[in-house]
Design a binder for this molecule. Structure first.
Ligand code: PMP
Ligand code: GLN
Length: 378
């Protein structure tokens, strides 16, 4: 078979969750909560199913949900998106990102990403026949190097893909970072794709810097977010994209033939749920407490914990425990010590290995405590 993606194997999240299940390990690898969403959400889904809302919704998503999304974004970040022409419901952020790249990137273009980079970005770019331009972020704080970004921009740069709060590093961009980005793209036709799926999980009083908070960025940004992380429903695979009408028109040309639309009853249920605008309010504090619990429990371990300003991921250096590659380490940790994690080299093309692994702390306190007991003993 002539492969379009000769260097791509199976995504690390599938590999590690499978290994965790086979080993009977506590799974802190793939990012998902081990607790349930609020029951009212399930009641609303079954309500709409029973009421007969089981056929195709409009291509861009049901109107009430698009209105709820536009209202939320306007309230939080100050940019008004027209639900009719500038908001689209997607089948998860992955589909939103893939469709955005497919709709907007041409063969021969360059797309800038920051590495470690979420594993879905580069394949989407490569399938377009475009070039991935990777800018390295380094431990411990993984700050963007703005001089390097400036140097990487060429007349062929079509898009810059950003992600704050950042998976896997837990770093969060500041207002200053957003201004630097805005300065660098001013006067170009570069599109920003901003992956904001962790927008409500920022710690220590920080503010999430959505592109929708910065008009100079909003006018050229496709913002991708979702409900999986915010409402503890990663398996529902529903998200949304907001963008200025001209960009959204191109996005929808592809979306309509990619998935056409997203399941009806869950869209109505989410619209009902979002009518209470306070739904996401406790989320940052909820996860900050879990971060603090996890970090405190590992304080006496031989792991060195890196800073975590957002997301539900904690990075840790492990070389004081075993001097080996991060993939070898997570295999040993999963199979022999029964705790699964993600090797950070999986987020870089050259498998750059700084001896760091990622733990997901979106888990019951009991799960975290049981995992930490094992990790402290190493
Ligand atoms: N982007 C990032 C940074 C993510 O961490 C994830 C999922 N964890 C996604 C996109 C994909 O989200 P979805 O499950 O909604 O496709
Ligand atoms: N984004 C989640 C993570 O980082 C996993 C999503 C997936 O498995 N595709 O763990």
């Amino acid at each position: 078979v002539s492969s379009r993606l000769p260097n791509v194997g199976t995504t690390i999240f599938t590999v590690m969750s499978r290994m965790a299940a086979e080993a009977g390990a506590i799974n802190l690898s793939q990012g998902f909560p081990d607790f349930n969403a609020e029951p009212v959400l399930f009641e609303r889904v079954s309500h709409w199913m029973r009421e007969g809302y089981n056929q195709y919704p409009p291509m861009a998503g049901v109107t009430v949900l698009r209105e709820a999304i536009a209202a939320k974004v306007a309230n939080l970040y100050g940019t008004a998106y027209d639900p009719e022409t500038e908001v689209t419901v997607v089948a998860g952020a992955t589909q939103g990102l893939f469709t955005a790249v497919t709709a907007l990137v041409h063969p021969g273009d360059e797309v800038i990403v920051f590495e470690p980079v979420y594993d879905a970005y580069a394949p989407a770019i490569e399938l377009q026949g475009a070039r991935v331009v990777r800018l390295a972020l380094h431990s411990p704080d993984y700050r963007p190097d703005w001089a390097a970004v400036a140097a990487a921009i060429t007349p062929r740069t079509r898009m810059i893909m950003i992600n704050s709060p950042h998976n896997p590093t837990g770093s969060v961009w500041s207002a200053e970072d957003m201004s630097r980005l805005a300065e660098l793209v001013r006067g170009t036709d570069i599109v920003i794709v901003s992956d904001e799926v962790y927008e409500h999980i920022v710690f220590d009083g920080r503010q999430h810097e959505s592109c929708a908070r910065h008009p100079a960025l909003a006018e050229r940004s496709v913002i991708v977010s979702g409900f999986g992380k915010t409402y503890h429903i990663t398996g529902w695979k529903i998200g949304y994209v907001v963008a200025p009408a001209a960009l959204m028109a191109e996005f929808r040309k592809v979306h309509q033939f990619n998935v056409f639309t997203v399941n009806t009853p869950m869209q109505y249920a989410l619209a009902d749920y979002m009518a209470d605008a306070s739904r996401h309010l406790g989320l940052a504090a909820f996860y900050q407490a879990k971060r603090d619990r996890f970090r405190a429990a590992l304080a006496d371990s031989r792991f060195e914990l890196l800073p975590c300003s957002g997301t539900y991921f904690q990075l840790a250096r492990y070389r004081a425990i075993r001097d080996e590659s991060d993939t070898a380490f997570v295999e040993w940790l999963t199979r022999d010590k029964k705790v699964a994690a993600i090797p950070v080299s999986a987020f870089s093309a050259a498998a750059e290995d700084e001896g760091v692994v990622r733990f997901c702390f979106a888990k019951h306190d009991d799960t975290l405590d049981a995992a930490c007991e094992r990790l402290v003993a190493l």
